[in-house]
Design a protein around this ligand. Sequence first.
Ligand SMILES: CC(C)(COP(=O)(O)OP(=O)(O)OC[C@H]1O[C@@H](n2cnc3c(N)ncnc32)[C@H](O)[C@@H]1OP(=O)(O)O)[C@@H](O)C(=O)NCCC(=O)NCCS
Length: 182
Amino acid sequence: MSASDTKERIAWIVRPAKIEDESAVNDLLMNSYGSLLADKYEAEFLKKSLPLITKGREELLTCGTWYVVEDPRDGSLTGCGGWTFRQPANTEGGLKVPHLRHFATRSDVTRKGIGRAIWNRSWQDITKMSPKGDKTSLEVFSTLTAEPFYASVGFQKVKELTLPIAEGCDFPCILMRREALS
Ligand SMILES: CC(C)(COP(=O)(O)OP(=O)(O)OC[C@H]1O[C@@H](n2cnc3c(N)ncnc32)[C@H](O)[C@@H]1OP(=O)(O)O)[C@@H](O)C(=O)NCCC(=O)NCCS
């Protein structure tokens, strides 16, 4: 029997986020990023950057393709994440590509398939909403922490870069890409 056969299988409920989820999403982002990013980012840097990256953004909470995950056993929020169309990294104008946004799993329930459940839902919607035969790639600016997760759903590292998130605060991350909708 493999390790994944022994995992508890939970039928996570994935639904589009609503503006009313804002407060619970803020708590979730702080819980997740505040605890899980500590393996790759310095404590001093997190103190400065966490308040800037742990706010549920209105554009995501209302876009319909950014989701929250509920625990079917008690209705609590265990994850969030999704996608929007965006300009590919380092290009100007032209075609926008699906870009994964702000994935987070509550720190006490990692490695139980929540991130993958959001990815599966995103993938389902991306393939439905993209023209037939579309060969565009998908992108994500991954935290240094989440690289193995995105690799597990088919993304490859393109390069490391920093995203300016505020005056004097550049956030180190990894541009990852998944080729073609196949
Ligand atoms: C990235 C994140 C959302 C993954 O969520 P998750 O619910 O734990 O992921 P899943 O349980 O669906 O994992 C799916 C697969 O990804 C890979 N994976 C996930 N976390 C991993 C880790 N810490 N180390 C190695 N592989 C990992 C594994 O292959 C895993 O499958 P397995 O558990 O059967 O081996 C979560 O770790 C997180 O919230 N991180 C902090 C916030 C963050 O960095 N978000 C990314 C923003 S760009």
